[in-house]
Design a protein around this ligand. Structure first.
Ligand SMILES: [Zn+2]
Length: 248
């Protein structure tokens, strides 16, 4: 299994007792869902930030590349339980989002792939990163066998791009992610800790600010002019609502 250099210092899954303690009001399952999906979205936005600050060339849609980083980050820097938590939550969130909305012309025209496509792509990449140990994950999300056949190759391609970049950045000194904001709520605390943990794993080309703030829509952004990743408070609330509907 691929690990980058400083894995041992980074991103171990919080012990169940401390997770429950931190969750304060969210059930453990809800915290896993909201936290895992939020971290995965943070990795997606970090993909946009890396593309911008490192002026990375793209050979396909940027949104797809950013999604790919989410799978690579979870696979590379988390232990298996933590990686599965993040990727299960991310996959579930795309399924839930797809179930909530009817697909129309604007969705087909959007820069993002359709929710269900994003769902299957994440499942495929995560399964493909370790097909010998994650057949159950592919089965849990009913990944069609025809797609499953190519997932190992798809992850290898992701490892040759994002994986290689992260390994290189793990070897050099540079700038850092900087959390700016309060940490009193459990998801903000999780993100703030993640910022520190990512800094232990690889450096940035430019300082990038990370924050949770109200933005009047359930979304997340990277603002290139401010070198800032924003996770909207409404996005966390939206995920919390989904968790309730899922019975977590
Ligand atoms: Zn994006």
């Amino acid at each position: 299994m691929r690990r980058i250099a400083l894995f041992a210092l980074c991103c171990g899954l919080l012990a169940p007792s401390s997770r429950a303690e931190e969750a304060k009001g969210l059930s453990e399952a809800a915290f896993d869902y909201v936290g895992g999906a939020t971290l995965s979205m943070f990795y997606h936005e970090l993909g946009h930030a890396l593309i911008d600050t490192m002026d990375l060339p793209l050979y396909g849609p940027e949104e797809d590349a950013a999604d790919t980083l989410a799978a690579v980050m979870s696979h590379m820097i988390w232990n298996e339980d933590g990686a599965r938590r993040n990727m299960r939550a991310f996959a579930q969130s795309w399924l839930a989002s797809a179930a909530e909305s009817e697909v129309g012309p604007e969705d087909y025209a959007d820069a993002h792939a359709l929710d269900l496509q994003r769902h299957y792509r994440q499942v495929c990449l995560f399964y493909g990163a370790s097909p010998e140990t994650r057949a159950d994950f592919a089965e849990e999300f009913a990944l069609p066998p025809a797609r499953a056949e190519t997932c190992e190759e798809e992850y290898d391609q992701a490892d040759r791009s994002w994986g290689e970049l992260l390994r290189e950045r793990g070897e050099v000194e540079g700038e850092r992610l900087v959390w700016s904001g309060p940490t009193e709520d459990p998801i903000a605390a999780l993100l703030a800790q993640e910022v520190e943990d990512v800094n232990e794993v690889f450096s940035q080309a430019e300082e990038i600010s990370v924050q949770i703030e109200a933005c009047e829509e359930p979304n997340a952004f990277y603002k290139p002019e401010e070198k800032t990743i924003v996770i909207c408070r409404e996005f966390v609330e939206y995920l919390t609502g989904q968790a309730e509907e899922m019975g977590f």
